[in-house]
Ligand binder design. Sequence first.
Ligand code: FHN
Length: 416
Amino acid sequence: MSKKDWFREAKYGLFIHWGIYAIPGGEWKGAPSPHGSEWIMKNMKIPYAEYKELAGQFNPQSFDPYYYVRNAKKWGMKYLTFTAKHHDGFAMYDTKVSDYNVMNTPYGKDIVKQLADACAEEGLTFCLYYSQMQDWEDPDGNGNTWDFDPAKKDFKRYFYNKCLPQVKELLTNYGKIGMIWFDTPYDMPKELCEELADTVRACQPDCLINGRIGYGLGDFREVADNTIPVLSRSDVWESPMTMNSSWGYIKRDQTSKSAADVLQNLVRIVGKGGNLLLNLGPDENGLSPKVCTDALDVAGEWLEKYGDSIFGTTNIPNFPYLLTWGDLTYSKARKTLYFHVKKYPEFPYRVLLTGLETKVKRVTLMADGSPLKYSQSYEPGRDEHRLYIFLPEVCPDADDTVVAVELEAEATAQSI
Ligand code: FHN
């Protein structure tokens, strides 16, 4: 299977944003830091000399790589992407390139290695996030203008002395890496991005490169954070999303997307042909908020039962009208459209899809496989195709009632 094919089939991955920023957890000297907690150093303009003291406190005794890897699998996720180095420049692995790394903390153990080994053992694809342009520790890296004079910065020096050698380490010392996830390329010179891409491909030809390497050099595209495109897309793409208001652990926000929110996003993204990369931000001890993991547990149970409506699907055709009752996913291989009914209809308990040109063969309720009545018609005067599906009087699943609509041929939708 090609690298793009595994990714297309994967659909759902776990993102983990974890670094020394988990210790302040979005709060510095009693004041809240705006936006993502992993941006605290920049947002609060914390001097590097002060921020780096956090490394001396990092000792996550409760961190268990198997907890994340086994749960990711249980939650239905097919890959795990970990922040080896975020914008603050602190490496969560044993790098020989810079002393600013996890080995020089009271914890003193390589987090990337532990996760890589657990993923290899459990059969989960391991991927790494690396902030290639922003680096607030390195005087020449992008972003830190409060410690280091921008006029004296030599970005190439950072690129050749830290970024490139660290990426090489990550791609040589941790076994097979499914994907390398770059971020915030801003206006990084194109030739350096090309060199970075060439380096990745030379180290591991089968490693996917995400779109945020910049200039279309990646193997697929990330849409903007926490967004879903309006139209279905046939290219390969991914939407990174948070469970709460921050990527890194944030003390003041103990809320979470509910299981229904997670599933709604997953269904919408997958229906439009993309992957959902859903984030957890562990705290300073290595534990993720229970409110978030509880929601993932529930969503995972749903996926165990209704996984066929997600995995093995492709993008739906672009139907011409917004659906008032829910969303669609589609398996080309099974010639089946899945209706995800979130807003259960009142009497006469029917939902309508307008614009499906393909003839329906059979309609069943996924909850118990029971057949459902339907009516399909075409009105030539209005040039309009209509499919009504009649649901049971009692809603089988308030979060998402899934109906499998098997078709005679591949689904096509009329345009208006
Ligand atoms: O600045 C980062 C942010 O901290 C986080 O890592 C997200 C994840 O997609 N990417 C950047 C913003 O788009």
